[in-house]
Design a protein around this ligand. Sequence first.
Ligand SMILES: *Cc1c(COP(=O)(O)O)cnc(C)c1O
Length: 220
Amino acid sequence: MSERLDAVRVGVASAAAAAGRRPEDITTVVVTKFHPVSLIRDLYGLGVRDFGENRHQEAQQKAADLSDLDLRWHFVGQIQGKKIRQVAEYADVLHSFDRVRLVEALPRTGRTLSCFLQINMTDDRNRGGVSPDELLPVAERVLGHPLLRLRGVMAVAPLGEEPARAFARLRRYSEDLRQIAPDSTEISAGMTQDYVQAVAEGATHLRIGTAITGNRPDTV
Ligand SMILES: *Cc1c(COP(=O)(O)O)cnc(C)c1O
């Protein structure tokens, strides 16, 4: 795994150099869903501090099992309204904020939660994320919550669209958001298959799983 991690670090550094960006401005979140906590400990030993999970129960259990380590949890999966309070107890960053209902379900006292607004870049309304035309109205609501810190936008490049084109589109949505939220400048985009294109279009947070962890055990 150490070789795969190094290969991704080199890949991110060279994509950053090609885009005239500094690699230290890019955070690689290692997505460890389906993998055991032993793998997370190994990655921690290799210097990784940012970990991503996409299912609440699994993430909650891992956060409890690894509470002795100073790591940051990034929740990247679709989230049920009634679960957000629990997710907010262990997650540092929520990448998949996608409904006004989540703002309403969050308590107004307690821990601050950083979040990205996920944008659905497909025409399929069942996919996670707000549609691009809902971005600003939902952002207004997030900005109005005392404990939510809006970091920027997040998306998954849709199948059937060139990642470079999708991420260029995402960058324009990020610019739209900055019109009303000048501090929400970050972009969560790029996975194993398309992180190079995401870096070229300004991604600040990459969510990389299999390129680093190898194949997920429970998925065939
Ligand atoms: C699983 C997952 C990733 C990582 O995917 P890989 O293709 O394994 O890099 C990134 N983002 C989200 C939202 C995911 O669910």
